[in-house]
Every structure is written in C-alpha cells, then in structure tokens.
Design a protein around this ligand. Structure first.
Ligand SMILES: C[S@@+](CC[C@H](N)C(=O)[O-])C[C@H]1O[C@@H](n2cnc3c(N)ncnc32)[C@H](O)[C@@H]1O
Length: 905
C-alpha cells in the first residue's frame, strides 16, 4: 500500500472510529490535525487503544471550548501552519466514501488475487438431487487469469456440461448413502506431498472414527458444518507441529491486501470472569428503535449516593453504594430498593441531561419504559424516618453524560407532586448562596454538575493504577465537599459503579450476583418443539416459550449491582464498543449488554466483510462471470420479472428469495433438513480431502465426507439490476436490529434479535478472515495456551466440484481476530432457529462464498439466535475437546451423550 493510500486509509479509519462513538466528522478534523502535528505524524500513537488519544483530545477540546472561547483561534493558527495536513484533510472524506461504497457492494474489503491456479471450476456439481442446484455454465469469456485445469487423474472439474458433470461425479465418490460405507474405498494419495503437521485441532467433529462405525446415526456426518473445528485444548494436541514455513507462500505478489498474523492487543485482553459479579442492565428497551446517530443505550457508570450522616459507616470506602438513608441495605437490596434513578423527564442542558424523577422503579439506571412502573402500583406511603436519594451519572461513549437524581423520600409522601425542575435548581442555588460565604456569586448547580461530570471522567481515566475504592472518583467527592453542593443535596456523596470491581478485596466483600446462572433448560428461548413441527413452521409453542423468556429477560433488567468500577482504558474502550460493536460499519447499530456478570466485551476487530489473510486464493475477476451467470439486460428488480433471469439458474430457475426478501420455504426446508438429517442428503468424498491433508500430508486419512450444499446465487456487478433488486439480500448486509448479550446459561456471549423476525429472514453473514485450511491449522497450533479458537468455519459446501483441491483453494473463515456479529452466535443442537446457507455473490467459484444465516422459523424479539454447529459430542478421540453443550434443546446431542454415559456408569 502506498504511503498516500495508507495515510488516507488511516485518516478514514480515525474518522470512522470517532463516528462509531458518536463524534461528528467536523469535530474530528481539527483535533486529528493537531494530533498529527503534535505526534509528528506518528499514527501508532493516535491509533493506540482504539484512538483513545484522539477521542480524549476531542473531549478535552470540547470542554476547553466551553470554558475558553478562544480555542478555535488557536486551531486556526495551527491550521495555517499545517499545509500538508490540510491537504490530507481534504482527502479525508474521499476514502471514507470509497470504503462505504465498497462495503455496500458486499464484497471483501481486500482486492483479491489474480493468479493462475489449477482445478478451478465455475460449476456446481450436478450430483445433487435437489432441483434448486443446477450446473452452472462455464463463463463464455476466458480471461487471462482463468485457472489452468488439472489433469483428469486428479479428478478435476471441467465444466458444467452434463457429461463433464457425470465424469466428475464418477471421479468423486459422491453418495447419498451413509458415508461410512464409502470412506474406506477412497484412495490415499500421499504422492507429491510434503511433510505436514500432526495433530488435529480443527478436525470436524462429525468425522470421527466413531462415526463411521455408526453410520445410521442422525447427527451430521459431513465436515460441512464449519464449527466442528473445535476449541482447542492445547495440551492434547500432538507436539509434532509443523510450521507454515514449509508451505510456499502463494501469490506473494498478489494485489490482495493481506492481513498480518493478528495479535490480540495486550491492552484489551479481557479480565477473567468475575463469577460473583453482576453488571448493570445495559439494555435499551426492546421496543425502542435504534437511532442512527445517537444510540439510546445508556451506560450507567456510576451512582453517586448520599451517604448516611454517620461518616464512620461510609460505604465509599468499601466501594459499595448504599444509596439510602436509614438502615444499610445489602447489595442486593440496593439493587432493587430505591436509590438509583431513571431518567424520564429531563431538563436538557447542552451536553448534559439532568433528570429528576421520583416515579421510577428504583434500582434501575436505565431509561427503560418497561421498568418505570410506579412502585406499589403508584400507591406510595410515607415511611417515617426513611428518606433516600441517589444521583446517578451515566455516560454515553459519545460523550454525553446523563445525571439522574432520585429522591426516594418524595415517593413515600402521599402529598408529593412533581415540582418544576428549574425551580428546584434555583432553590438549591439560593440555598447554597445564602448558606456559604465563600461561594462565587455565579455559582450554579448546573455548572457544578457539569464540573462533576468532567471530574468524574478525568478521575476515571487517570485512576488506572489506583485502588478503585478510594481513588476513582476522589476529585468528584472533593469537589462536591468543597462546593457545598453536598449540603445542597442534603447528603454527602459516595460514588460507586453499577459495574463490579475487579479488585480482589471488593470481590470478597461483595455478594454474588443477583442473576443466577440458569440451568440448561431454563434459558431455552428457542423453540423446543418437535422437529417436524419446526420444519413445518409451527410457531405456537415457540411463542409461549419466548414470551416466558422475554419476561425473564426483562426481569433481569431490574437486577443491578452498585459496585465500584475499576475505570481502566479497557473498560472505557469496551464501553465504547458496548454502544456499537460494529463501530459504525454496519447499517445498524449493534449494541452489547451484559446483565449476567462483569465480563467485558471481547477483544477482536470488527469487520463487516470477509478479509483475505495470506494464502487464501479467491478469484473475483469480472471475466469469470459469464452471461449465464449474470443478467446484464435486466434493470430494476429481477424478482418482478415474468420470467426469472439467468441469475435464477443456480436455484433451479426460480429465485431463492420471495419478494419480501425471505428465503423461499422449499429451499429453507431443504437446508434445515440437511443439517438435521444429513444422512438423507447427498454427501461427497474427496479424492484427497483438503481437510485431511491439512492435518497431515504424511498419511492422508480418507475423506470423511462433505454434504453437497445448496447455494443461493445473488445478482452482482455484471447484472443490470439495481442494488435494491430483490435478488440481492446478503450483499446488502445486516438490516435487523441485533444485540450481543451475555447469556445466562454459561454459553458466554450470544446474539439475539431485538425485533420479531419472520421465517426465512436473513440475519447476518459469518464474516472472518479467509484462510486456507493449512493456515488455520497452523494458527490454531501456534496459538498461545489458553487462547481459544472457537470461531473457524469451513467453506466446504462445494468441495465436490473438484477431485483434488489445492491448498489455497480449500478455504475457511476464522472470526477469532477479525469478524462480525456472527462470531457470537451460539450453538444449538438440532432445532436452532437459524440455518446457514452458502451464497454466491461475486464469484461463481464455490471455493469461496458467503455463509449466510437465515431464520428457520419466526423468531421473537429478544430470542437468542442460534445455529447448529454440527458438533459431534461423541467424538472422544478428537484432540479438541468439545464444549459442554448448554443449548437447552430437547434434542441436545450432548445431553444424550451424558445420560448414556451415566447409564453405562
Ligand atoms: C462462535 S463462539 C460463540 C460465542 C461465544 N459464546 C463467545 O462468548 O464468544 C463458540 C463458543 O461459544 C461457546 N458455546 C457456543 N454454543 C454453546 C453451547 N450450546 N453450550 C455451551 N457453550 C457454547 C463455546 O465455548 C464455543 O466454543
């Protein structure tokens, strides 16, 4: 990448990063310029910690501008001096637009390689029984880059001509029978192989010897379920590890932008799970729409609670907010007792909202309508001697700080009516002015609170190495004590977090979280009905379960722990990510919530589209797309044509999507059935399986079989239709409202929908780095002990197209370091509510395709989205131990295994 391009890219990325946390471009520009100058164009400093320096500088500039109006003049002077930066600035918008355009087109961010290759085929196998998969026709134009064909002895694909298909079908051991019958017949071809690693960290779980001994089992038997590449247990992997140096680096002169071997930045390594912690409810109300520019999610950072007058009991020293006058509550009491305020009615000062509300359900800092029910059905009674009030400060990563004041004592008075907020403030100011000699006559509570926010932010970011109990918010406390606002609020102030401290001492002090982990079945949100019913789209049982689960989820929102935060850069960054883990790269904001423990958002790079790693070879040349693979004469929406255009050939002459953008029933059913009952579907056995070859080139095991998958083919660049054409669904990206959340059932993070989804709806694509299998194996084997590789997916849906796939053609996706929301989708045995379907977009070459998730039935808002990884829990010999499945499905394969084992015992 040239310097200029690099620079433009970095500028664009900086803008993008800021945008993702709600900072507008015009705010970024001058600050970025100044920083570039200040750091002598050292981008690393600016990019570090997700552009923290830049974000801080923008915040500081805003603060300074509020206080010092001449700030802009300074900037102008700098601007004059920085001719070169000005030039760079002019270019800032362009790369952004270019990037956006690229992303909209749904293609990988990188340019793909052009190089000769062997064994290519543009056609799908004709062996499938299903009408939706048709042989594709060979491109009419033969580009220079058209790969060389392999010779027949390797069983290579030739063309989609029926004869050729037949030939290939013969060359391939394609079968619709149990794979166990055929696998032993497959020749092992060790010739011309170089030594490869042993160990099998990523062997698909459906490929065990066990499996072949039990061909009638109903579990998936092919390797086409990518998630069978299991989490690796380091110790169990053979030490005879090969290195990738033995593999030639192919296409090193390629135009593709290659990712370097990613490193997980030490600064964002997650802290171990704090089992006894609970985080605040970060969720927005499910029925509120997400705003594009301003996420509605409020992230409660701190509660400032009036302390009881007895100083000796100060909870601030314990890192625990009491939030009440009167008897000291337990932590769990303080969660649900009055003490934290919601913000319903606000007086919106610029950049700050001060909310006073005495009607809200205490204990919640979210502005969640569903939680704002009056207590006791609105009938409040005065409890003599009890009075409490809380001040809650919540901040959005965009910089907006929200302060909520809850006056619980008022709730208890039947004669209470909501006063005018301005009058209240005026009263407070007057009181302060008359009570204190040394106050500035210009003193105002609003300014005081503003200051408090600033001090809070500053102290939070400066208190890394200090004890969270005492130092995080000391400046705020000092400020308030000095300014007498404490008295104005008729209380002293302690500051606590709604999140849990990672400090060991407070761990000991703080009770266990209030949200207990659910047993496997209690967290089942998906339908647990009979498979046939599922396939038939019977959603009635589902609805009931979903409602129950929604109620459960909503109830969980009421649970919140007032605990001390350790405000670290990691926490700050993760809070940024909480608002939109996609960092503005998707059309929708994707929030993240953790109502279960204090685990921070995981560390990975969000990418909205696949990115090539090193050796993976994907040919997307336009020349490969022939007239039979595109509809150049179409215009507008292909789905509105009387006669389906050429792009429907792949799916048997009719489009895969309905006019509503949903996958058609028949195709959906077929794909679901393929996962649920793979033995009923066509499987094929490679002459020389790339997967086995990746494991060991010394002794290549016979292919364990792959399902012949059905493809959806979408219109693409050579087509005449427009971007809104109904045959372009996956390439338009995520459009549904999704949320990453911490599952209560021990599955870690999961993905859920915030809106009702119809059956057949596109949810998201599985996005990650495109690797060769060999690269993946190397990566897994080299990964540090304890680092889990839970995110690989095989792209083997059409490996049957050729006899021997070259290394660089047998691809997989790894979302461990770079990925999208799909990396959070958990597994559910058998009756998952999503199914993966391969989608052809930019190349007819099925070595590479998009793996898209579609709903298998109606899915209710707040339901967890799941898919069946196809894990074989009976594969005891697998070097990677499968996780203990907590899917909660009635058909859980792991539960069966466990109960079988118990019976044997
Ligand atoms: C693709 S990741 C899914 C996201 C993951 N839960 C996380 O927190 O990042 C796959 C990993 O999630 C966990 N997982 C997924 N489904 C599960 C299930 N049904 N039961 C238990 N753990 C599961 C396993 O640790 C698995 O290796």
């Amino acid at each position: 990448m040239s310097n200029n391009k690099d620079k433009r890219m970095r500028i664009a990325n900086a803008f993008r990063a800021m945008k993702s946390i709600g900072i507008k471009d015009d705010k970024v520009k001058p600050v970025l310029k100044n920083l570039l100058k200040l750091y002598d164009k050292n981008w690393e400093l600016i990019e570090a910690e997700n552009y923290r320096v830049l974000a801080d500088a923008i915040f500081e500039k805003e603060e300074a501008e509020a206080a010092v109006p001449s700030m802009k003049i300074v900037n102008n002077e700098v601007e004059d001096e920085m001719e070169e930066e000005a030039q760079a600035t002019e270019e800032m918008e362009r790369p952004l637009k270019r990037l956006q355009a690229t992303e909209e087109m749904g293609r990988p961010l990188k340019r793909l390689r052009l190089k000769n290759r062997g064994g290519q085929s543009s056609s799908h196998t004709g062996v499938t029984k299903t009408p939706l998969v048709r042989p594709k026709e060979e491109p009419e134009e033969l580009p220079e880059t058209l790969p060389l064909k392999l010779n027949g002895s390797h069983g290579m694909a030739e063309s989609s001509h029926p004869d050729a298909e037949n030939t290939r079908a013969k060359q391939q051991a394609v079968t619709c029978q149990s794979p166990g019958k055929d696998k032993e017949k497959e020749p092992i071809s060790p010739k011309s192989l170089v030594a490869q690693e042993n160990g099998d960290p990523c062997q698909p779980s459906g490929t065990s010897g066990n499996q072949h001994n039990t061909p009638l089992r109903t579990e998936p038997v092919s390797t086409s379920h990518p998630m069978r590449l299991r989490d690796r247990v380091k110790g169990s992997v053979s030490p005879q590890i090969s290195s990738k140096e033995r593999r030639p680096l192919l296409g090193s002169s390629s135009h593709a932008v290659h990712l370097q071997e990613p490193r997980v930045e030490p600064g964002i390594v997650l802290s171990p799970k704090q089992k006894s912690a609970a985080t605040p409810p970060l969720i927005k109300p499910k029925d509120e729409p997400l705003a594009d520019d301003m996420p509605l999610l409020v992230i409660p950072i701190a509660t400032i609670s009036p302390e009881p007058s007895d100083e000796g009991d100060s909870p601030s020293r314990e890192g625990i907010s009491r939030g009440h006058y009167g008897p000291e509550p337990s932590i769990s009491q303080s969660l649900n007792e009055p003490g934290t305020a919601n913000d319903t009615d606000s007086l919106n000062e610029p950049g700050m909202a001060i909310d006073t509300d005495s009607r809200n359900e205490p204990g919640t800092a979210n502005d969640t309508d569903s939680l704002n029910e009056p207590r006791n059905n609105g009938k409040e009674t005065l409890i003599s001697g009890e009075c409490s009030s809380d001040l809650v400060i919540a901040s959005l990563p965009s910089g907006e700080v929200k302060i909520s004041l809850s006056c619980d004592g008022a709730l208890r008075r039947p004669d209470f009516h909501k006063p005018n907020l301005e009058a209240v403030l005026k009263m407070v100011e007057d009181k302060c002015l008359t009570s204190y000699d040394n106050l500035d006559p210009n003193f105002s509570v609003v300014n005081l609170l503003k200051e408090m926010c600033q001090c809070y932010l500053k102290s939070g970011t400066e208190s890394n190495s200090k004890s969270p109990q005492t130092t995080d918010v000391a400046p705020s406390i000092d400020l308030l004590n000095k300014s007498s606002a404490v008295d104005a609020l008729d209380a002293k102030v302690s500051v606590t977090s709604l999140n849990r401290s990672v400090d060991s001492q407070s761990k000991a002090d703080v009770p266990l979280p209030v949200t207990p982990p659910s047993p496997p079945h209690s967290n089942v949100i998906d339908d647990g009905s009979q498979p046939d019913k599922m396939a038939a789209g019977d959603d009635s049982e589902t609805d009931k379960e979903v409602q129950e689960n929604c109620a459960e989820q909503t109830n969980n929102l009421n649970t919140m722990v007032n605990q001390q935060p350790q405000v670290t850069p990691e926490l700050i960054r993760s809070l940024h990510d909480v608002v939109d883990i996609a960092k503005g790269q998707e059309k929708v904001v994707i929030t993240l919530v953790n109502e279960v423990n204090d685990e921070l958002p995981p560390s990975f790079h969000y990418i909205p589209q696949n990115a090539l790693f090193q050796n993976a070879y994907v040919n997307v040349s336009l020349a490969r797309i022939g007239d039979n693979n595109s509809c150049s004469t179409c215009s507008g929406n292909c789905l509105s044509l009387d006669t389906p255009c050429a792009c429907s050939h792949e799916s048997g002459g009719e489009f895969a999507y309905t006019t509503d953008g949903l996958v058609k029933e028949e195709l959906l059913k077929e794909c679901v059935s393929m996962n649920r009952d793979p033995n009923k579907h066509c499987q094929f056995f490679c002459k020389e399986c790339p997967l086995e070859r990746s494991k060991s080139e010394d002794v290549i095991e016979p292919c364990k079989g792959h399902l012949v998958r059905k493809f959806i083919k979408e219109c693409w660049w050579k087509c005449g239709c427009d971007k809104q054409c109904g045959n372009r669904v996956v390439q338009r990206g995520i459009s549904r409202s999704l949320q990453v959340f911490m599952t209560p059932g021990g599955k870690g993070w999961g993905l859920r929908t915030l809106e009702d989804l119809p059956k057949g709806a596109f949810v998201c694509e599985y996005v990650g780095e495109v690797l060769t299998n060999a690269e993946l194996f190397d990566r897994v084997l080299r990964s540090p002990i304890g680092e889990k590789h839970s995110y690989p997916v095989l792209l083997d849906a059409d490996w049957c197209a050729e006899g021997v796939l070259k290394d660089e053609e047998a691809l997989c996706l790894d979302a461990t370091y770079y990925g999208n929301v799909a990396r959070f989708i958990n597994h559910r045995c058998y009756d998952s509510n999503m199914v993966e379907i391969p989608v052809e977009v930019e190349t007819p070459d099925h070595h590479y395709y998009h793996l898209a998730f579609f709903t298998t039935r109606k899915v209710k808002a707040m339901e967890e989205l799941t898919w069946d990884y196809g894990i074989d829990f009976d594969d005891h010999d697998h070097p990677i131990k499968a996780f203990r499945c907590q899917c909660g499905s009635k058909f859980c394969r792991n539960i069966k295994r466990r109960s079988r084992a118990a019976r044997r015992w």
